[in-house]
Ligand binder design. Structure first.
Ligand code: G6P
Length: 368
């Protein structure tokens, strides 16, 4: 229910929520960054310093886009805090009778705080003595009440069924969490400063991405008529590819698959050809050369490439390029996802879909 909330002059809630992200991201960070010690203040965690240092693993659970943002989160925690972390769909987690480990910190992600699979997983964890924190948008929701503490996103109501601003704010909340854990493990003050400064740049950089709206709308018109799209990325780019494919499927009903770019040659390369374009996430990181090689392999099979990255490749390795502002390597996934939200949005509009209420889906799945 949208209540007092309206589309604020935008044609759809989805476009409004995508466009709001410079402000929602600023709200998620507000009052939480410490410029003096290069740390994050996350009082809602209810964890003292000893406890913050005590766990040895992080397990992240959530459904749909929450799960994909959790994959970004797991990478942030491993990279910045050097604590082993991984993400799993909450539904799978709860049905496989997981070992509940006292040295693991469990993190449940939910925009609505009402997703039944995630709630049931949290309840099962608690029953077995697991320590669970939440990353939740809706204040006072069922999951927020069930967990031992957590981080609220403060992203405001998200009405459109497909998650956008909550996804971005969740990835950002993980950056805060990773900074927080990192600075009591072995993240140096210099790296802490580098991350704090990077976080501060995000709102303006998102603004910059949004100015490419018209260009992305044109690209969406070009690619939307294809029956299927492949999304690829390596490591930091892989969860971005998964979320990009998910957005496209959800709202445009175009079939999309996401693969780690390195896995293409182990099967899905057989699908590549003139009928199946690829969206490739190619950040300017240590895997750049490998990713550029992949683009060449796709184009050699007649596949078109829409590259999302930090600069135009030197050779003509992509048919189209969306250039996104560069941040710190660890934070890049947060920005790389945003053009894919706009791409899915404009593809859905081009195909005349019901953007805010896609068929067969609900904003929050509160039943089993
Ligand atoms: C539904 C929505 C998705 C969302 C998922 C998790 O399936 O269609 O967009 O990502 O639920 O929702 P949550 O509120 O738990 O983040």
């Amino acid at each position: 229910d949208a209540g007092h909330y309206d589309t604020g002059g935008y044609e759809h809630y989805l476009l409004k929520e995508i466009s709001e992200q410079p402000e929602t991201v600023a709200r998620t960070m507000s009052g939480r960054l410490d410029e003096r010690f290069h740390i994050a203040h996350l009082g809602g965690l209810n964890m003292d310093a000893r406890e913050t240092r005590s766990f040895r693993r992080v397990k992240i659970i959530g459904c749909g886009s929450a799960y994909y943002s959790g994959q970004i989160g797991a990478q942030l925690i491993e990279e910045l805090a050097r604590i082993p972390a991984d993400a799993e769909p909450a539904s799978e987690f709860r049905y496989r009778n997981p070992v509940v480990d006292p040295d693991t910190l469990y993190v449940a992600i939910s925009q609505s705080g009402e997703t039944y699979d995630t709630l049931a997983a949290v309840q099962e964890l608690k029953r077995k003595g697991g320590r669970v924190i939440g990353i939740v948008n809706a204040v006072g929701s069922a999951i927020a009440r069930e967990v031992d503490g957590g981080v609220y996103l403060h992203a405001g109501p998200e009405v459109s069924v497909a998650s956008t601003k909550a996804f971005t704010s969740t990835a950002l909340a993980f950056a805060l969490l990773a900074l927080h854990f990192g600075r009591v493990h072995d993240l140096s003050p210099a790296d802490g400063r580098r991350i704090v400064e990077g976080l501060r740049r995000l709102p303006a950089q998102i603004e910059e991405i949004l100015t490419q709206n018209d260009k992305i709308a044109e690209l969406a018109q070009k690619y939307a008529p294809y029956p299927s799209m492949m999304f690829v990325g390596r490591v930091r780019g892989y969860p971005v590819a998964r979320e990009g494919a998910q957005k496209l499927k959800e709202i445009s009903y175009v079939h999309a698959e996401a693969y780690p770019a390195s896995e293409l040659k182990h099967g899905p390369l057989a699908l590549i050809g003139p009928e199946m374009p690829t969206v490739a996430i190619v950040p300017d990181d240590e895997l750049l050369d490998k990713n550029l090689t992949t683009l060449g392999e796709i184009r050699a099979r007649g596949g078109q490439v829409l590259m999302v990255g930090h600069r135009e490749p030197d050779e003509k390795l992509a048919d189209d390029v969306i250039v996104v502002p560069k941040n710190e390597i660890e934070l890049d996934p947060i920005l790389l996802t945003i053009p894919l939200q706009l791409l899915a949005y404009h593809a859905a509009v081009a195909l005349g879909r019901d953007v805010d209420k896609p068929r067969n889906l609900a904003k929050s799945v509160t039943v089993e």
